[in-house]
Design a binder for this molecule. Sequence first.
Ligand SMILES: *Cc1c(COP(=O)(O)O)cnc(C)c1O
Length: 367
Amino acid sequence: MSINILKLARSNVQRLIPYQSARRIGGGHGDILLNANESSKPVFFESKKKSFHRYPECQPNNVISSYANYTNLSCNQILVTRGADEGIELLIKAFCEPGQDAIMYCPPTYDMYRVNAEIHGVEIKEIPTIKNTWQLDLLNIQLNLNRVKLVYVCNPNNPTGNILLKQDLISLLKITLGHSLVVIDEAYIEFSPKESMTNYLKKYPNLVILRTLSKAFALAGIRCGFTLANKEVIDILNKVISPYPISAPVSDIAVQSLEIAYIKLMQDRVLDSNNNRIWLIDQLKNIHCVEKVFQSNANYILVKFFMFKQVFQNLWDKGVILRSQNNKINLKNCIRISIGTRLESLRLIKELKIFSKEIFEGKTSEK
Ligand SMILES: *Cc1c(COP(=O)(O)O)cnc(C)c1O
């Protein structure tokens, strides 16, 4: 007897478009991976722990106090999670009543806010950012706050790379006070550390900040992130988190990565990446198939291409894997490029120049 298993799933899960992670799309293809905003250089650690027959602490004390030290916050303002992604979901689980409450976010932005809301049957309100400046449309945000419990903003924003104006973030905190939490996703904040809003936690009880070790700390493989907020919010999230979210080897490595020497190494990698970004933007501006390069404050850049489809496919065929943004609102013909090593960037530029030459000069050189 055959049964339709899909029909057994919740209807919102039947309809769900899952997150298209770089690893799901790319598979094993390509040797230059510039599609997931990972650190292009590894850091090496050894797990000191050798036996694992006991459950770990739910909130490993040493990880929490290391991160408190790094951010200048108190331990009770910090939750450690399985990546920042888990923080996004826990907030929805804890604060949004399915079929009743809503979340808001400002596309084009990170897709996981939408995905988690859809999984939990929570309504979505999308208020696009202003085209090309990618700043918040505060007027429309304010007009649509009805039933919104969580407003997710991403700073620097993925995939556009821009920083949100500090006065806008403060206005957002003010207009939502008493109604909604403002969740600022600071996954890339180490690349522009002055823009962090951690100092505002004291003043705004509705501020929540998401952090991760996946990007600047070069630890995407261990899956470790943090939610920063006032104690009242952290206590609520602690009610809904799973019993043992952080495995012992993960907390062991996380603690090491937050030692002063490793933080210094992280800051060196950030400087290197930021220099490489400036170099890459400069190079791209001289290439024929590039229509526009957007300024960026993170470890990736958004680029608008002529003949976007051919450019993307051509690079893919050569093993240079980028992230298409063409299907996102206001990002027609755009590709996001992670900042790799200088060698990887040189390969990218070389392939783009060969492609441009074939397309734009090919016909004339045949004569
Ligand atoms: C990569 C990323 C995350 C997820 O980080 P993890 O800690 O790896 O789950 C969250 N937000 C944004 C904007 C990201 O780009």
